[in-house]
Design a protein around this ligand. Structure first.
Ligand SMILES: *Cc1c(COP(=O)(O)O)cnc(C)c1O
Length: 368
């Protein structure tokens, strides 16, 4: 790929800002929520959409490419908005009926154009199973070109490295980059993995903290050297409810399976819902800064884990208004909804009702 073409796509991907904000003392927030769906997943989704569009054009492909994505909320909106209006691509977002928050739902059901929302009468795992089965179905694959927008795709996680460099540059400008600790609220560990790749590329971040909610599989690995995945438990930081992080293998490989090398660069922590809520409340009362439940995990980890002389940046992975009722319940105040989010909420919701049986989903796609 010619460097100029890649550069154009990189610039287009990062056309929204990721500013560093001072929260208190030596703790800063890197706000990754200024994109179209107000969460960091916009970066990867947008980059992937632009790349796919580039290669479709370059190869002179005339067949429509169909992206199938199952979502429990956030991934679907980021992917749908990343691909919105992109020529030659149609996106089907499968989501479980009644199990996605109204704010999340409107971010992919109101778009129209090349985005079709499919409301599945089942749970997230049913959506995932429909997508996986579709990729394996010979007749369907003959009928239409299918592809995935799964978070394990390198095109989604590599571009996230960029904003670690940008955060470093901003801290450097403040004269605060020498002992920089970056704290990443983590679920599937794609985000922190991007930062570790950045460090390996030469970015002088001193160390990382992987902040977990009650899903503490990685935390336990750091303590014991043993990786024991188990079913996820539900928390108020629900985008991190992951029981078998898919990027663990990537980190393990990056450090040549060396536990001591991993713990030299990464420490961990784990917090209950009560602790997360308490952190949102105290940060807001003490500093005026309002964290979302995911960012709050990162904030708390820095409050407890920074050593003498260190400066910490936590990744604020989503805007607090995306978790409106949780956050309002915790601070006992109304949260202002950004105009971008309000615009989604005014749109007309459109979706295709679907059973959880593959035969029905296949018949629907065959008719397209
Ligand atoms: C996806 C997500 C995370 C977790 O990121 P991983 O790359 O899966 O570790 C954290 N916070 C928010 C708001 C998210 O949407």
């Amino acid at each position: 790929m010619p460097a100029d073409d890649l550069k154009r796509i990189v610039y287009d991907t990062l056309s929204f800002d990721c500013p560093v904000q001072k929260v208190k003392d030596n703790i800063y927030s890197l706000e990754l929520f200024h994109g179209p769906t107000l969460a960091f997943k916009d970066v990867g989704a947008r980059f992937m959409a632009r790349l796919l569009q580039y290669f479709i054009k370059k190869e002179g492909q005339s067949d429509l490419v169909n992206v199938l994505v199952a979502t429990s909320g956030d991934t679907g909106s980021a992917v749908a908005n990343g691909f919105l209006g992109v020529d030659g691509i149609h996106v089907y977002v499968l989501y479980p009926k009644g199990k996605v928050s109204p704010i999340q739902e409107c971010q992919f059901t109101t778009l129209g154009q090349n985005i079709t929302a499919v409301e599945v009468d089942g749970v997230f795992d049913d959506c995932q199973a429909l997508v996986k089965t579709a990729f394996m179905d010979a007749e369907l694959n003959q009928h239409m070109k299918l592809t995935s927008a799964n978070s394990i795709n390198v095109a989604r996680f590599l571009p996230q490295s960029f904003y670690y460099f940008y955060a470093y540059a901003q801290m450097k400008r403040l004269g605060l980059a020498d002992n920089l600790v970056v704290c990443v609220p983590s679920g599937n560990f794609g985000n922190i993995c991007s930062g570790l790749f950045g460090k390996r590329m030469g970015l002088p971040i001193k160390r990382f903290i992987a902040a977990n909610n009650a899903n503490d599989i990685f935390y336990n690995y750091l303590q014991t050297g043993e990786y024991n995945p188990r079913p996820s438990v539900q928390t108020i930081a629900n985008a991190m409810d992951v029981g078998d992080p898919s990027n663990f293998a990537r980190i393990y490989d990056l450090y040549h399976k060396d536990h001591a090398a991993i713990t030299a660069d990464i420490s961990g922590c784990t917090y209950t819902d009560e602790q997360i809520a308490e952190s949102i409340r105290s940060a807001y009362q003490q500093t005026g800064y309002l964290c979302d439940p995911h960012g709050a995990v990162g904030y708390r980890a820095l409050c407890e884990g920074l050593k003498e002389g260190e400066v910490g940046v936590f990744l604020e992975t989503a805007h607090p208004a995306k978790f409106l009722s949780t956050v309002e319940g915790i601070i006992a105040e109304k949260v202002q909804i950004p105009a971008k989010l309000a615009a989604f909420m005014e749109g007309k919701k459109q979706s295709v009702a679907m059973s959880k049986h593959f035969a029905d989903f296949k018949a629907f796609l065959m008719s397209r």
